[in-house]
Ligand binder design. Structure first.
Ligand code: ADP
Length: 162
């Protein structure tokens, strides 16, 4: 059974961290094609516009031939069907992620039974990394060099100054 495995990794990536990048790297080996889908979550306040996030992601994934960045402006399950993804990829950090992720995965499976969710455990060194923490540290003038690539750190500081 040579089924082509297409993964979709949905997230806010506001901004992209080394935690996300680790998941992308590992996901790129799991799937034939991996779409990173930047989602528009209406309940969230973003620091970066969707186009800015797309640009930052595209720069980070240049070396992968099977990873693509797309903007998801609809329900994840609907969008997955459109791009013919058969799996969603999500990361699990602390146990606190579990409840939300279980709810999301179950809902998505109900909405589209053709698309299952695959989880990858975070690497220990990135286990507490989050975009919101990066923004918080930067707002208080802290050093975010260990959390995000250099060009993203520059963008975060610049954005926060405004
Ligand atoms: P969302 O708003 O959809 O939660 P995020 O950009 O915060 O978007 O996260 C997207 C996905 O990346 C989630 O599955 C999250 O668990 C995963 N993720 C975020 N940070 C890490 C990390 N440090 N290690 C592993 N997975 C992570």
């Amino acid at each position: 059974m040579g089924m082509n495995k297409t993964g979709m990794y949905p997230g806010s990536f506001d901004p992209l961290t080394y935690g996300h990048l680790d998941l992308i790297d590992r996901g790129s080996k799991l799937f034939d094609t991996l779409y990173i889908a930047i989602s528009k979550n209406i309940t969230k306040d973003y620091l970066f516009t969707i186009d800015e996030r797309k640009e930052m992601l595209e720069k980070a994934i240049e070396k992968y031939t099977n990873v693509k960045v797309v903007i998801c402006d609809k329900l994840i399950s609907t969008f997955a069907k459109e791009i013919k993804a058969n799996f969603l990829l999500r990361g699990l950090r602390a146990v606190t992620d579990f409840e939300y992720e279980l709810q999301m995965a179950s809902t998505n499976l109900l909405l589209n039974p053709e698309v299952d969710t695959a989880f990858m455990m975070t690497k220990t060194e990135y286990s507490y990394f989050s975009s919101s923490m990066v923004k918080e540290i930067a707002r208080f003038g802290g050093d975010i060099a260990k959390f995000v690539p250099p060009y993203i750190a520059t963008e975060v500081y610049e954005k926060i100054k405004k």
